[in-house]
Write a new protein. Sequence first.
Length: 169
Amino acid sequence: MPTEAQKLHASFPSANFLRRLAAWIYDFLVACAMIMLATGLALGAAAIATSLGWVVLPEGMDHAEFIDQGPWLSLFLLAVLALFFGYFWKTSGQTVGMRAWRLKLQQRDGSRLTHKQVALRLLTCCFGLGHLWVLVDFKNRRAWQDYAAKTELVTLSKEANQLFYWKEL
């Protein structure tokens, strides 16, 4: 049986491309900050490891070169971004950019996403390029990742966005 919140959120229209793009830009800026923070933490961890003698750097190599060897830094940064977006999609259905533009990610019945749906969205979003499909899909206004994960991105009213936000706090 759907809850009152699910009934409320199931009735909102699908988000259009411009609103998605605006939220994507906000979230891109937040993601850049997350990448900078995570890279700084990785550099700090490398510096601590060398100062404790756990790692010895080859002659002429600095910590940045050390952490950039192989795919490990890239995999770490992808994991940080996946955890960041996955956490917000799973817990509230709204990232910072989505909240600012009154967008909410939900299942088709208005309920929150499952772990499987979050993983599918992360794997199929193509770093935001999946939203371009909204320009072609006039009827449903759903992105690739929406179809793959059986989700939808809806535009909330101002009142619903505020109500939803305060319920989460």
